[in-house]
Design a protein around this ligand. Sequence first.
Ligand SMILES: [Fe+2]
Ligand SMILES: [Fe+2]
Length: 265
Amino acid sequence: MLIGQISDSHMLPPGETNHAGIDPAARLKAAVDAMNHANPDLVLHTGDIAHHGTPEAYALAKEILEKLEAPIYLIPGNHDDRASMRSVFSSENWMPDKKTPSAFIHYEIDADPLHIIMLDSLLPGQVGGQLCDDRLEFLAKQLDHDTRPTIIGIHHPPMAPGLGGFAKIGLEGADKLAEIVSRRQQVIRIIAGHNHRSVMGVCGGVPAVVAPSCAFPFAFNTNKDASISIAFEPPGAALHIWEKNEGLVSHTISIGDWPPPRALR
Ligand SMILES: [Fe+2]
Ligand SMILES: [Fe+2]
């Protein structure tokens, strides 16, 4: 089984570019092409779908994501707005609680032989994320009723990336998440976004992987006083390969208009 992951598309309404001159729609189209080339069984978007959380940006994201050959599942990040996201993706069968605009957008995916739990770490008005008691209880319940190998998707990574500007915008409740996963053997990976770079860490003994942004990377800078900057490096995505005997291996890929691969001699 192959699982694609795209993250942090930061979509704007049609025709708009961001202050760095980046067109997120063009970047998301390139990510969709890269995913279709890799041919995953399903694709997970780990949040910050739309930069300002507007319905127009979600509508454009939906139009582009419909070109994916595999099914797509989305969760919100700190830039997202649950009500707008719900209004545009209300016909998706994974969307929970279609009648409650502000309800958490968290759900499980039966990706047999895997179980995927998509969590909602959005705390409206904040850049940092949160797993409150209600969301932690949702997670614990899903883990208790299904013990197949499990991937948890969440926008905010459960570990600090060591980058300037990120110290105060982490995940409140990460310690409780660590406690929950450490008590259950089936969680094989936590996948996240938010850092806009490829980052690896551990949460409660479980490997945690951050996918790069498919729109724009943030600069690598460990100076604690540094502010977050957009880096003019290639955007990227992640691919997770599951083989029964090997377990899960995770890759990150760069997305761009590269020359075709050349065989080794
Ligand atoms: Fe982001
Ligand atoms: Fe984020």
